[in-house]
Ligand binder design. Structure first.
Ligand SMILES: [Zn+2]
Length: 95
């Protein structure tokens, strides 16, 4: 697979095996962060105020987590979200 950040478009493009690339809006990735700082671990309720996420939010760094996930650092300073490949694969894509 291949993962590319399209900064100017605010999109993350992932090419899974033998498929056409899927483009994920960076803002959506940020809003769907499932870390303990964004979602209440006990209740599963999202505590992140998605309206406060800037429209032009970007990704400053991507780091692989073992062989099952990737961790993004966002321009709002948030960097605790881990996105498993399974979860990314199931996410909505940009039109
Ligand atoms: Zn988070």
């Amino acid at each position: 697979m291949d993962i590319k950040l399209k900064r100017a478009e605010g999109l993350l493009e992932i090419t899974w095996r033998e498929e056409t690339p899927r483009r994920h809006p960076v803002r959506q990735l940020r809003c769907e962060c499932a870390c303990a700082g964004c979602v209440d671990e006990r209740t599963g309720v999202r505590t992140l105020d998605v309206d406060a996420v800037p429209d032009d939010i970007g990704i400053t760094n991507m780091a692989l987590v073992g062989n099952y996930a990737v961790k993004f650092s966002f321009t709002d300073g948030h960097d605790t979200g881990i996105y498993s490949w399974d979860r990314l694969y199931g996410m909505c894509v940009a039109p």
